[in-house]
Write a protein that binds this ligand. Structure first.
Ligand SMILES: *[C@@H]1O[C@H](CO)[C@@H](O)[C@H](O)[C@H]1NC(C)=O
Ligand SMILES: *[C@@H]1O[C@H](CO)[C@@H](O)[C@H](O)[C@H]1NC(C)=O
Length: 716
């Protein structure tokens, strides 16, 4: 666990980001609902998408909307069926109208056009039409109505009563009726890109995927096609999660008795890193990084190799541990903890500077001392033993192999306490960025930094912290020649960086190339975006989306404050691991998946078939604890309904929320849209397939704010 030496968990109100859970926020969100009722949403309740092939019929929605080629063809076939009833003049008069109306299923605002929200009006068979358009359609083509819908009311109004007909098709919000919705610049200007709030903060939503974890420090996949993920707790227990969202009852690994940690908040010792061998499928090997107490009570970190049991692919073989490296830790903090394999097949180890404040050991600290293994990025070859009793080999092209006095495993130096590093998979098409290693290096008193690791690089510590001098004498030495961070932030923003990942997944295409990271102390989420021309990195803030933005089934917009780690699943989707109470013994940790509600991938694009794995232990189904945005809206509307029945007038916000609510809670039972034969399968955010949604969370969830710690907890 990262923590600076001198400050404990302060995180006063000033460092608390504004979106963290609070009652007042909800009131604010709800009043926004009234102002802006809609968001792009399809009839299956998922976000719209860019079709992978162009649409031949509903071409207006060919670049962004709710139809793929398959659905477009169905709409076209239906159009043909209807047009068979018309003569040539009928074609000329009504063809355009009928096409327009049928194609509204493909509109990015389809859910609104079909008015899923309003439980008082009859279910729409036809999209909401603006009155001018509706009257024109009625006067020219009213005989077509019975071909378009079997709704009795609409059919009755067909012949005579245009006013009644158009009243039935009226949408309460004029901006969203067809064709106005296409002309509304505010609705369409930023269609398909990540929603932003008025300050330019990117509005993302989350899906809760796991909870009840004790300081979850790492979540990794084995790269074996099984799409399992392995979640390590700081106490030294690793759990297996299956693609269906369940967790195996028996742990994958239990090293509690060997791992050194305590229940103290912010204790940085413990089980810190886990990485699977690139050829894991073949050799069953994985690697672990943990603190332990050596002989004569000397604290050390150990990096070991282990193997998965032959008898059970979801269990480590407890007898298989092969120690690769042990490093003495002169102080209890700054233990590093990241392990990863580069694309070169070598293992990278990220150690801390040995602890205390200001890297005080030796003449100029450990980090600048190339004979020390502390404060380094090490690179080793784990596929064999080396000379001199080493349990690993040194890659021949390591940068300091021929430097006298330097340890040959050193790959980069000047590191303080890198907490979470990740390899960029590269752009899915161009592969741009592939292989880059990003790290968050926790700062001392002033700056937190994000670094791109290069061979032989000196990351400056303790001469520098961020872009500034820390030790003036070392800093002004011309031979320092350090690599600057790609980004650094001051302690007004956060006090302990948690490095993240570059998003390269499939489900949220807008996020491709964004490096998403956060801060452990302040709970802020941030992103860096590279300007490819200038090579400069631009920081973007990420905020939990508003209630409107995240009003999709299964999504939440709050999270536990202390961001411990980030993770990528086998398919490349991004997650983070956080807790509301950062003690290695407290089971308040959760895992959240990032979802961009503004645009999803076209249907079918992100499907993957996990390689089945035999399981011997019981599967514990996932039970969400966080309330989804729709749950919250539902509660609000029920409250409002109670108020109304007590004779109080519901506010417009309450009405809006009750409408919104209906749109999602009825998703399973409603069929709308013309010619809909099959029930639309409701969109779900998780790639793991459909999960049962529990509307009411279990009680006892501690949420977010540091002010609501369990009683009796004292902070260092
Ligand atoms: C550098 O580190 C080595 C190994 O820990 C130590 O023996 C040596 O004294 C250090 N050098 C300086 C100049 O501090
Ligand atoms: C500058 O750094 C080099 C290499 O670390 C060292 O040998 C030299 O003594 C330093 N110079 C001063 C003035 O500190």
């Amino acid at each position: 666990m990262p923590r600076r030496s001198n400050s404990g968990l302060k995180g006063g109100p000033g460092s608390r980001p504004p979106w963290l859970s609070c009652g007042l926020c909800l009131v604010i969100f709800l009043s926004q609902v009234a102002l802006l009722q809609g968001h792009p949403q399809c009839l299956d309740y998922g976000p719209p998408f860019r079709p992978s092939r162009r649409l031949e019929f509903c071409s207006d929605y060919g670049s962004f909307g709710c139809c793929d080629q398959h659905k477009d063809r169905r709409v076209a076939a239906r159009y043909q069926d209807i047009m068979d009833y018309f003569d040539l003049r009928g074609h000329e008069l009504c063809g355009g109208y009928i096409k327009d109306i049928l194609c509204q299923e493909c509109s990015p605002y389809a859910a609104h056009l079909y008015d899923a929200e309003n439980p008082q009006t009859p279910l729409r068979n036809l999209p909401g039409l603006c009155s001018d358009y509706c009257f024109a359609f009625h006067s020219n083509c009213h005989s077509a109505i019975s071909l378009l819908t079997n709704d009795r009311d609409l059919q009755d109004a067909q012949d005579k009563d245009s006013a009644r007909f158009c009243h039935l098709l009226n949408l309460p919000d004029k901006d969203y009726c067809f064709p106005n919705v296409l002309r509304n610049d505010q609705l369409n200007r930023r269609l398909g890109v990540v929603a932003e709030d008025h300050e330019g903060c990117l509005q993302l939503c989350l899906a809760e995927v796991a909870n009840g974890l004790r300081n979850p420090v790492a979540m990794v996949h084995a790269g074996d096609g099984s799409h399992r993920f392995f979640v390590a707790e700081q106490v030294g227990v690793v759990w297996v999660y299956l693609p269906d969202g369940s967790r195996l009852e028996q742990p994958f690994l239990d090293l509690k008795s060997a791992v050194l940690t305590t229940p103290w908040i912010g204790d940085e010792r413990g089980f810190l890193g886990l990485a699977f061998h690139p050829q894991f499928r073949r050799n069953r090997k994985f690697y672990i990084y943990y603190s332990f107490l050596g002989r004569r009570k000397v604290e050390k970190i150990r990096i070991s190799e282990m193997k998965v049991s032959r008898a059970d692919p979801n269990k480590a073989d407890p007898k298989s541990e092969r120690i690769i490296l042990e490093i003495e830790e002169p102080a209890s903090n700054h233990n590093g903890g990241q392990l990863l394999f580069g694309l070169d097949g070598y293992m990278y180890i990220f150690t801390g500077d040995g602890g205390q404040a200001g890297d005080p050991f030796g003449k100029f600290g450990n980090a600048q001392n190339k004979s020390s293994l502390l404060g380094k990025v090490l690179r080793i070859d784990v596929n064999g033993a080396g000379s001199g009793g080493r349990q690993y080999r040194i890659p021949l092209d390591n940068p300091f192999v021929s430097e006298l006095g330097a340890h040959p495993a050193v790959y980069a130096y000047g590191v303080r306490n890198m907490w979470r590093c990740a390899v960029d998979r590269g752009d899915p098409i161009t592969r741009q960025g592939r292989g880059r290693i990003f790290c968050g290096d926790v700062g001392q008193n002033k700056f937190e930094e994000i670094d791109l690791i290069v061979k032989g690089g000196n990351y400056g510590w303790r001469a520098k912290e961020g872009f500034e001098c820390y030790d003036k004498k070392l800093c002004f030495n011309t031979s320092l020649n350090d690599v600057l961070p790609i980004y650094a932030y001051g302690h007004a923003v956060g006090k302990s960086v948690t490095g993240g990942y570059v998003y390269r997944g499939c489900e949220s295409p807008n996020l491709n190339g964004l490096y998403i990271f956060g801060d452990f102390m302040s709970g802020r989420l941030m992103a860096l975006q590279e300007d490819r021309k200038s090579k400069k990195w631009k920081k973007r803030d990420i905020c939990s989306g508003s209630t409107v933005t995240c009003a999709f089934p299964g999504l939440i917009n709050t999270y536990s404050k202390f961001i411990i780690s980030f993770a990528e699943d086998e398919a490349g989707e991004l997650y983070f691991l956080a807790t509301s109470y950062p003690s290695a013994y407290a089971a308040y940790g959760s895992i959240y998946k990032f979802i961009d509600p503004s645009r999803r991938a076209p249907p079918g694009k992100c499907k993957h078939k996990p390689v089945p794995v035999q399981t011997k232990s019981k599967r514990i189904p996932f039970r969400p604890l966080a309330k989804t945005v729709l749950d919250l809206l539902k509660e609000q509307s029920e409250k409002a309904a109670r108020k109304t029945s007590n004779g109080t007038l519901a506010s417009s916000a309450d009405r809006a929320s009750s409408k919104k609510l209906a749109s999602a809670t009825h998703s399973k039972t409603r069929q709308r849209g013309p010619g809909r034969k099959k029930k639309a399968r409701a969109w779900f955010p998780a790639s793991q397939g459909l999960r049962k949604k529990s509307l009411y969370p279990r009680s006892g969830r501690i949420r977010l704010s540091a002010q609501r710690r369990p009683a009796g907890a004292s902070l260092p």
